[in-house]
Design a protein around this ligand. Structure first.
Ligand code: MRU
Length: 352
C-alpha cells in the first residue's frame, strides 16, 4: 500500500508536444484507431484545435493555449513585455473564446499575461518559460493528486469514471484517471469501469484506450448502465475530473456527471472530484453562474458525418453540467483535499 508508484509504467501518453517551432497536438478526434499529431503553427490554429476538440480536457486546453501565446508572439515586434501584451491581446482573446466552460483556459492566459506585463526585452523567452512551467506544474500536480486521492480509497474497491481525465486531458498522468492509476498501482482499486460519455464518447474512445496502453484493465459501460452498476455493489467510488470548481464547491464537468452524483448518493457510493487548483474559480460563487458550453446538435444527430436520426428532428447538446457541492464527498487538489466541500472549507485552502 505504500509502494512508490512506477509512473513510467502507468503513464506513457503525451498529448501536447512543443517542438521549439510549432505545437503538435495528438488528434483526439481520430483516436483510438489513428494515432496522429496535428501541427499548429499559429495561435489561431491552436484556438481552432481547442474548439474542434483536437485537444480537449480542461488542463490540456490551458497548456495548449499557453503555447498558443508563444506562437502568437512570433507575429509581434516589441521592445518590452508591456508593449507586446497590447499587441498580443486580440490573439489571446481569440484563444480565450475557443471554449467557455473550463476555467483553466482563462487561468493559463492570465498567467501568461501577468509574466508578460512584468517582462523586459527578453519577453519572448519569458513567455516560453511560463508555458513550459504551466505544463510541468500540471504533471507534478497530477502525481500529487493521484497519491492523495488514492489514499481515500479502501483496498479492494471498484470505481466508475466518466469522460476522459487522463494523460490525454492533461500534461500527463491525469486527474481522476491519475487517482485511478495510483489506486491500481498500490492495490486499492481492483475494478475500473468507464462510462461511454455520449455524445462524443470520450470514455469509449479515449479512456479505455488510454488505460489499455498502460496495462490497466477497464470495463466499458453504456452511460445508462451506471445506476444499475452501482446497485450491484461493484463500485465504491465515482471519480471524475472538473472543468470549473466554484467558491462553494459546485463543480462543472462533462455532461452526465450530475446524474452520476445523484445515483451515487442514492446507492451509498462515494463521489470524488479530482482537479488541479488551476480549475478552482473562487471568483464564481456558485454553479448557477457558470457558462455551460452548447455544441452543434450534429454531434447527437449523426455519426462520422452520416445522419442517424430522422430528418427534421431537433437536438439540444449541452456538453457540461454542474454537480452541486452537497453531492460531493471529496474534492482532491494538489493543494489539499476538501471533504464535504462548502464555502468555508474551500476558502480555507484557496483563499478568496
Ligand atoms: O469536452 P471535454 O472532453 O473537453 O470535457 C472534458 C471533461 O469534462 C473532463 O472531465 C475535464 O475537463 C477534466 S480533464 C482532466
Amino acid at each position: 500500500m505504500t509502494n512508490p508508484i512506477d509512473y513510467d509504467r502507468y503513464d506513457r501518453i503525451r498529448p501536447i508536444r512543443w517542438t521549439g517551432e510549432a505545437l503538435e497536438l495528438l488528434d483526439q478526434r481520430a483516436l483510438p484507431f489513428t494515432v496522429a499529431f496535428e501541427t499548429c503553427r499559429s495561435s489561431d490554429e491552436v484556438a481552432a484545435a481547442i474548439h474542434a476538440l483536437t485537444v480537449r480536457g480542461a488542463p490540456a486546453i490551458g497548456i495548449a493555449a499557453a503555447w498558443g501565446v508563444v506562437l502568437a508572439a512570433r507575429e509581434v515586434e516589441a521592445a518590452d513585455g508591456a508593449t507586446a501584451a497590447a499587441a498580443l491581446a486580440p490573439a489571446m482573446q481569440r484563444l480565450n473564446a475557443a471554449r467557455p466552460t473550463a476555467v483553466n483556459l482563462a487561468w493559463a492566459l492570465a498567467r501568461m499575461r501577468r509574466v508578460l506585463d512584468a517582462a523586459g526585452s527578453d519577453w519572448r523567452e519569458v513567455l516560453e518559460r511560463e508555458a513550459r512551467a504551466i505544463e510541468t506544474e500540471d504533471l507534478a500536480a497530477n502525481r500529487a493528486m493521484g497519491r492523495a486521492g488514492a489514499a481515500l480509497i479502501e483496498a479492494g474497491s471498484g470505481v466508475l469514471t466518466h469522460c476522459n481525465t487522463g494523460s490525454l486531458a492533461t500534461a500527463g498522468f491525469g486527474t481522476a484517471l491519475g487517482v485511478i492509476r495510483a489506486g491500481v498501482a498500490d492495490g486499492r482499486i481492483v475494478r475500473v469501469f468507464a462510462g461511454e460519455t455520449r455524445p462524443w464518447n470520450q470514455g469509449a474512445r479515449l479512456t479505455v484506450w488510454e488505460l489499455q496502453q498502460d496495462g490497466i484493465d477497464a470495463t466499458l459501460i453504456a452511460d445508462a448502465a451506471a445506476s444499475h452498476l452501482m446497485k450491484t455493489g461493484q463500485v465504491q467510488w465515482v471519480i471524475v475530473g472538473a472543468d470549473r470548481i466554484c467558491a462553494n464547491g459546485d463543480t462543472a464537468n462533462k455532461i452526465g456527471t450530475y446524474q452520476l452524483a445523484i445515483a451515487a448518493r442514492h446507492h451509498g457510493v462515494k463521489f470524488m472530484v479530482v482537479a488541479p487548483s488551476s480549475t478552482v474559480d473562487m471568483q464564481t460563487a456558485s454553479g448557477d453562474l457558470i457558462e455551460i458550453e452548447e455544441r452543434d446538435s450534429a454531434e447527437l444527430l449523426s455519426h462520422k458525418g452520416a445522419r442517424t436520426v430522422a430528418e427534421g428532428v431537433r437536438a439540444w447538446n449541452p456538453v457540461f453540467d454542474v454537480t452541486p457541492h452537497e453531492l460531493i464527498d471529496a474534492i482532491v487538489t494538489e493543494q489539499g483535499v476538501v471533504e464535504r466541500p462548502d464555502v468555508a472549507k474551500m476558502r480555507a485552502i484557496f483563499g478568496g
